[in-house]
Design a protein around this ligand. Structure first.
Ligand code: SF4
Length: 92
């Protein structure tokens, strides 16, 4: 991966049923919304949390643990807007 790329954890919303096992395995990247669906806790690209290099092994564990195969890592350009979750922005 080049320095201008980053990895994000993508949720396939056509598969996810919102039981939240992924958020338990990745508490620094994911929180649960009031209905139990995962949402980015920090930096994200269009809602997909940015996975820092130190979290990639745990992200792969969460992908393997998802019972509905709804998670995958995507490589995206690191330039451009990286957004912060509204809950993070509000806490500053
Ligand atoms: S573990 Fe999979 S099915 Fe469960 S909330 Fe996470 S993405 Fe959705």
């Amino acid at each position: 991966m080049s320095a201008s790329r980053q990895q994000v954890l993508h949720v396939d919303w056509t598969r996810c049923d919102g039981h939240g096992a992924c958020a338990e395995l990745l508490p620094t990247l994911l929180a649960l919304d009031p209905w139990g669906f995962p949402m980015a806790r920090g930096d994200h690209v269009r809602g997909d949390p940015v996975v820092p290099p130190g979290e990639r092994a745990q992200a792969r564990r969460a992908i393997a643990a998802c019972p509905l195969l709804a998670l995958r890592l995507l490589e995206v350009p690191s330039r451009g807007p990286v957004q912060r979750a509204a809950s993070d922005a509000a806490s500053r």
